[in-house]
Design a protein around this ligand. Structure first.
Ligand code: 2HA
Ligand code: ZN
Length: 273
């Protein structure tokens, strides 16, 4: 199948395999979407079929009208994407009102796009606007150590950001804007989509308490790398807490010095004593 040889398709599929091997996607856990570039959609348009029904997205995403997304299927296993992409992923088209979608390719054995499609599309909508179209990838995963931390740390952006920054010197350089936290909510619906989108206005990382994480990025490498960095930092923190907690750490002033040398802006609200 020609379409599977396209670089965007290859990049998408490679990430699903890498993320599964990381242990982020048990069973059908997690989901993933890519906003396809117009020239990429054009290159594969011959493979599209438009016979399937328009369905409600559940949220309105006006600035995504007419766009195409490559997304994982609801109930499909990330582990199986590389083995049989057309059965496990699909391309959806958003209609001209930004309220409906239809499948134009994939899910050859039936099914729907990810249950988290409302959150994915809301996040794409916000990020398209705020990054001038640069961000194209949204990844949701069940990262073990980040989830573990949501049982022991206060569910506050300031606490999660500062603790994760302290665990690896590169963290404030990789996510200088910090991370946001959504309290436990029912997944799959409009409310959690709106809460997540609100955080995506400020951050590229939204943590869902007792559930997982959403990351946004410009391309596959950047988005995967961001999630990997956050999860690794969370793993260090879990180890540190398990060993009895910090005896010393990176200080607020250390972060200010780092920010100056690395030319990043670190919001003062994360630099409390
Ligand atoms: O199982 O991760 O959030 C898919 C999910 C739902
Ligand atoms: Zn999930």
């Amino acid at each position: 199948m020609e379409i599977l040889r396209e670089p965007f398709m290859q990049g998408f599929i490679r990430l699903t395999d890498d993320a599964f091997r990381k242990g982020w996607h048990e069973r059908n856990g997690g989901n993933y979407s890519y906003r396809i570039k117009p020239e990429e959609a054009e290159a594969v348009r011959a493979a599209f079929s438009c016979g399937r029904d328009w369905q409600d997205i559940g949220v309105e995403v006006k600035n995504l009208a007419g766009e195409y997304f490559l997304v994982t299927g609801s109930g499909k296993y990330m582990r199986n994407v590389i083995l049989d992409p057309p059965a496990n992923i699909c391309i959806v088209e958003v209609d001209e009102t930004g309220t409906k979608f239809r499948i134009v390719w994939g899910l050859t054995e039936g099914g729907r796009p990810t249950s988290e499609l409302p959150t994915h599309l809301m996040n794409h909508s916000i990020k398209k606007e705020l990054t001038g179209g640069r961000h194209r990838v949204i990844l949701h995963a069940h990262t073990t150590n980040v989830i573990a931390l949501t049982f022991v740390l206060p569910l506050k952006d300031e606490v999660f950001t500062r603790e994760l920054w302290e665990m690896a010197t590169e963290c404030p350089v990789v996510f200088p804007e910090g991370v946001g936290v959504v309290p436990w909510m029912v997944p799959g619906g409009r409310d959690i989509a709106l809460a997540t989108a609100e955080l995506m206005k400020k951050y590229n990382v939204a943590i869902w308490a007792h559930h997982g994480i959403f990351c946004s990025g410009a391309d596959f490498d950047e988005t995967f790398g961001l999630m990997d960095t956050v999860e690794k930092s969370a793993e260090i923190l879990v180890k540190v807490l398990s060993m009895g907690g910090k005896c010393q750490s990176i200080t607020a002033q250390n972060f200010r010095d780092l920010a100056a040398d690395f030319h990043v802006t670190l919001p003062e609200r994360f630099l409390y004593e």
